[in-house]
Write a protein that binds this ligand. Structure first.
Ligand code: NAD
Length: 258
């Protein structure tokens, strides 16, 4: 897609990957960038830096997402690119309390559903529109130490695939961003060996934003800022049993249970 003159919304835009996307898009001569985040002050900071608009929104709440789309459209016109990027990580296995499973589900999966539900009717009527969903390499592989993250990111990839298949012929383009470690607050909070392993290969948020701009230009479905993820994904599909054995060995190395 052409970013010049585009109207773009980025959720989770106050920090990390989202903030880097906002800054990178602004450098492309877009019509407007809407920086949406539950951290209102952070969103304002990024928006004022790039001459965009800040909107406070909790993307796990559908009314907030609808209001965000209305405010973006009122200020700049129809949304060309909606980057559903906000996400949270929850450490633990099946013992994680339901309230935390549900919150992770709402932010990492339902937020993408709410966004698509809000913008698709207009995009379908115009015969064009772009959805970028930030999932994770965890959505293609797994996330050691975090069942809610692994499960919800798989669901996010599944939704992106489904939207791409179902609405592709009607002019809707979908990209799914699946990085490994990125040097942001989210990764800094991951403790122990797993965190250290991810940090060893971490990219800067700016490098991820660069990969996104290249992926959008090519309208590529899977955007993989870490090219090794494609190889790991192939290994998984080629020999699932072998891949599971390898992941178990890695899990053992980091201390057994989550
Ligand atoms: N950092 C990594 O290593 C990594 C790797 C793969 C995928 N990701 C994914 O990238 C995305 C961005 O992560 P990041 O590393 O920049 O994280 P981050 O924690 O640095 O920033 C996330 C931003 O999202 C906002 N946010 C969180 N929940 C929200 C909600 N309910 N409503 C609105 N805003 C909310 C936060 O306030 C914050 O500004 C997430 O979806 C994450 O799962 C991150």
């Amino acid at each position: 897609m052409q970013l010049r003159d585009a109207v773009i919304v980025v959720t989770g835009g106050a920090a990390g990957i989202g903030a880097a996307l906002c800054r990178r898009f602004a450098a492309e001569g877009v019509r407007g960038v809407v920086v949406a985040d539950r951290d209102e002050e952070g969103a304002r900071r990024v928006a004022s830096e790039i001459g965009g608009m800040a909107v406070a929104a909790d993307v796990g709440v559908e009314d907030d997402v609808m209001r965000l789309v209305e405010r973006a459209t009122d200020s700049y016109g129809p949304i060309d690119l909606f980057c559903s990027n906000a996400g949270i990580a929850t450490i633990g296995g099946v013992e994680v309390p339901d309230v935390d499973w549900r919150r992770t589900w709402d932010v990492n999966v339902m937020a993408h559903v709410f966004a698509a539900r809000a913008v698709l009717p207009g995009m379908l009527a115009r015969g064009r529109g772009y959805l970028l969903q930030t999932a994770s390499a965890a959505g293609l592989l797994t996330q050691l130490g975090s069942a809610p993250y692994a499960v919800t990111k798989h669901a996010a990839v599944a939704l992106a695939e489904w939207l791409a298949v179902t609405h592709g012929a009607a002019g809707i383009t979908v990209s799914c961003l699946c990085p490994l470690g990125v040097d942001t607050d989210m990764l800094r909070r991951v403790e122990g060996g797993i965190g250290d392993m991810l940090r060893a290969d971490a990219l800067t948020p700016e490098a991820v934003a660069e990969a996104v701009v290249a992926g959008l230009a090519e309208e590529r479905f899977l955007i993989l800022p870490h090219p090794q993820v494609a190889e790991y994904f192939r290994h998984k599909a080629d020999d699932y049993e072998r891949w599971l054995r390898g992941m178990r060995r890695l899990q053992e190395k980091f201390g057994g249970e989550p």
